[in-house]
Design a protein around this ligand. Structure first.
Ligand SMILES: O=c1ccn([C@@H]2O[C@H](COP(=O)(O)OP(=O)(O)O[C@H]3O[C@H](CO)[C@@H](O)[C@H](O)[C@H]3O)[C@@H](O)[C@H]2O)c(=O)[nH]1
Ligand SMILES: [Mn+2]
Length: 733
């Protein structure tokens, strides 16, 4: 200890005094929630009619679920800490020669939804890291099996030999070329030259992508020809052999100044229709094995194809945790948050997911560490082979994390082995996906894998520097945004209802606090039930003059007010104190309600149909293509409906029912109705109406292509009418 004390710190940890406030608040609110449930139960017991009995029971159930989500959500706030890293001290305690080697994994799956140029930009941004090039390898996994993507990378390798030295020489911070040229970069001869070079590469790539094939005149040498020859006529996305192309080899390939380039390797694993490929988790496991054979770096960085590096110094921050001797040897991964570029001012679709990606992750930082979010995460390779003290050996010694690669990556035997481990039958009868590597069985492989690693005893750290380490694309249409959340909902519920459910297995393995944090996420879509109930029932009752909540003059009314204000104000404060804006918070709470009757609901239904064996949906990629008109509307903060999505139906039905109920309720009260008894319902309907403004606009006022499709409006109006009719025929007594 004495010897290390003299060294400057790499990392500090301080406890936050907010923890005390959080605990007190949680205790007070818990009492209020219990009182609410008691009140619900009391009403059910005292009800005199069947209708009021079933209504009270329904609300008891809804409040129980909301209370459950609220309670598990408090676990994130039980031990707040601040961590700070000092990357500037790194070279004082260690030398660059001692940096560990690093393998970067970039996944892409479809050249139409994920433009190869954007994948290339991500790769270039990490190839240009301030990190010894001979220790850096970038692996690209192409699940789209596309010659177009390979072509883009052939071009990127050539451009990289200019780009990397350019960044170094000029100390460029934006090392993603597209972001650099978008920024206010200094204009000089040199920057103009590199820009011309970039633009011409971009044009070549985009021409090839538009034409859909790599023609002979695009190929410049024999090695390239051999690579593209693998795309024989029978080669399709679903059925093709493995392609491993070493595009750059460190030590051999040099940039224009003669410095070594990092390794750049294109991998498209073998696919056939009969073997399950397990989507991204499957792709990552292939990369784990291929990279083990080729380079076997002890550190692995995983990135989605759109998540480019926004800071060349990021590895330094990561190393501050890794080299800090005061940190647990059980540190398994360092997670950077998902952050996005191009969000509009109000972030109308709440794609920032501030609560999930920033607030909660920061909360977990004082516990066993944040959950894994699929991208921007530095892993120790060892975590994929069993717990800290229970090593699980892979089938062949070449894949062991301590295996040392002695041959150059282009050696015949090495490449042959790489092809072998990328075979689609390779995993049969092995532990891959269950005990080794990324775990299978859910559409949220990231969440599930991180969870299982933490259950095995690995810990993690959350690193959220002021300058975002990575930036990605967020969906710019409502339909895309809702579909993404729907996929997550299905995936999370798959975990929630599996034998490794956090409520049972997780709580046992990690203890109650961490276990309940994971429970909160696994059951993330559950508010769909209370939200759907609250979106329709009080309103339909209101239209029929039936009072279902306490009167304003009743003391229980204070409880409702306290809970509503308490949770809302609290949430808003959390949001703003973490750096968000009021407007974004408002849109965030709106999206929560919208998701409740769309993504969460459809996701839950989809899980149910999956389990019943009726249908099984795959991994629907989120589109990263920008349509000019859509982008424009998005930038103006206008909601994009446009397509006839089934999810829009319950959404607009709820919007219509609430509007009618609100005005119907007001009219009723003016005609001498029971204001005292109906106030809460009128308030709920009014609150929904205020939130639904963009929907009314899209249904009636707008004429652009992003308006609500007329068919959806008609169906929803009919459904609203049907609900109203059904409700008014329900016997009240
Ligand atoms: O069969 C597949 C499907 C997807 N991907 C890749 O997975 C990544 C994420 O896909 P995307 O459509 O962008 O989904 P998102 O919802 O934006 O991704 C979030 O959610 C996913 C789990 O649902 C995680 O894998 C991601 O890391 C996380 O960012 C992309 O790079 C894809 O290329 C594959 O490699 N193979
Ligand atoms: Mn994405």
């Amino acid at each position: 200890m004495e010897a290390t004390a003299a060294k400057p710190p790499l990392h500090t940890l301080t406890f936050s005094s907010a923890t005390v406030v959080n605990r007190v608040f949680a205790a007070v609110c818990s009492c209020a929630v219990l009182a609410l449930l008691y009140q619900d139960a009391l009403r059910a017991l005292n009800s005199t009619t069947f209708l009021s009995f079933s209504l009270s029971l329904t609300f008891l159930f809804a409040d129980l679920l909301l209370g459950f989500m609220w309670a598990t959500g408090q676990c994130f706030r039980m031990r707040l800490v601040h961590r700070h890293v000092f990357p500037e001290n790194l070279l004082k305690v260690t030398r660059e020669e001692d940096f560990p080697a690093m393998d970067v994994f970039i996944c892409t799956a479809d050249p139409d939804k994920e433009p190869p140029m954007s994948v290339v930009n991500t790769a270039l941004s990490v190839m240009a890291y301030d990190y010894p090039a001979e220790k850096l390898s970038v692996y690209v996994s192409d699940d789209g099996g596309s010659a177009l993507t390979l072509f883009a990378f052939v071009e990127a390798a050539k451009f990289g030999s200019h780009w990397l030295p350019f960044c170094r020489r000029n100390n460029v911070v934006e090392r993603c070329p597209e972001a650099y040229f978008r920024s206010n970069y200094p204009r000089s001869n040199e920057t103009n030259q590199i820009k011309v070079m970039y633009e011409s590469m971009k044009e070549r790539v985009e021409n090839v992508v538009d034409s859909g094939k790599v023609t002979d005149d695009c190929i410049t040498n024999e090695q390239e020809r051999q690579a593209f020859n693998k795309w024989t006529p029978g080669f399709t996305r679903q059925e093709h052999p493995t392609v491993v192309e070493v595009l750059l080899e460190t030590g051999k390939d040099r940039d224009i100044t003669g410095q070594s380039m990092p390794n750049l390797i294109y991998v498209s694993r073998q696919k056939n229709r009969t073997s399950p490929h397990h989507f991204k988790a499957g792709a990552l496991n292939v990369l784990l094995r291929v990279s083990a054979v080729l380079t076997n770096a002890p550190i692995i960085l995983t990135l989605d194809c759109d998540m480019y590096s926004n800071d060349p110094q990021t590895p330094y921050s990561m190393l501050c945790y890794l080299f800090d001797t005061t940190i647990n040897p059980e540190l398994g991964y360092v997670q950077f948050p998902q952050r996005f570029h191009g969000l509009n001012k109000g972030d109308i679709y709440a794609s920032e997911l501030r609560r999930e990606f920033l607030i909660n992750s920061a909360g977990l930082n004082g516990l066993a560490g944040p959950n894994h979010v699929g991208t921007g995460c530095f892993f120790s390779r060892r975590v994929f082979f069993g717990g800290p003290s229970s090593f699980v050996s892979p089938e062949i010694p070449e894949l062991r994390p301590d295996h040392v690669v002695k041959k150059p990556i282009q050696a015949q035997s090495i490449l042959a082995m790489a092809h072998h481990v990328a075979d689609c039958k390779y995993e049969d009868q092995t532990n891959w996906g269950s005990k080794l590597g990324f775990r299978y069985g859910t559409l949220v492989e990231d969440f599930y894998t991180g969870y299982r690693l933490q259950c095995e005893g690995w810990r993690s750290v959350f690193c959220n520097p002021n300058r975002p380490a990575f930036l990605g694309d967020a969906p710019i249409t409502l339909n895309d945004a809702l579909n993404q959340i729907k996929r997550w909902s299905v995936g999370l519920l798959e975990v929630a209802f599996s034998k490794y459910s956090p409520v049972t297995f997780g709580v046992r393995a990690m203890g109650p606090i961490m276990g309940h944090c994971y429970t909160h996420y696994a059951f993330w879509p559950i508010p769909s039930i209370p939200l759907t109930i609250y979106a329709f029932l009080p309103q339909l009752a209101l239209l029929n003059g039936v009072s279902i909540f306490p009167k304003v003059s009743d003391t229980w009314f204070f409880l409702y007010t306290f809970l509503f204000l308490g949770t809302y104000v609290r949430d808003c404060l959390d949001f703003i104190l973490s750096g968000g804006t009021f407007q974004r918070w408002w849109n965030d709470q709106r999206m929560w309600m919208i998701r409740g009757v769309t993504s969460y609901l459809f996701g839950s239904i989809e899980l149910l149909t999956n389990r019943l064996g009726i249908a099984k949906n795959g991994f629907n990629l989120t589109s990263k293509v920008l349509d000019g008109e859509q982008s424009k509307r998005y930038d103006q903060g206008t909601f994009e409906f446009g397509v006839e999505s089934p999810m829009f139906v319950p959404l607009s039905t709820a919007a219509i029912v609430n509007l009618i109920a609100f005005f119907g309720g007001l009219v009723g009260v003016f005609r001498g109705g029971d204001f005292d008894g109906l106030f809460v319902q009128i308030f709920v309907a009014g609150f929904v109406v205020v939130n639904c403004w963009p929907i009314y606009e899209a249904m009636v006022l707008r004429t652009d292509k992003g308006r609500m499709p007329t068919k959806t409006t008609l169906i929803s109006t009919f459904l609203a009418w049907a609900l109203y009719t059904a409700a008014s025929h329900t016997p009240h007594t």
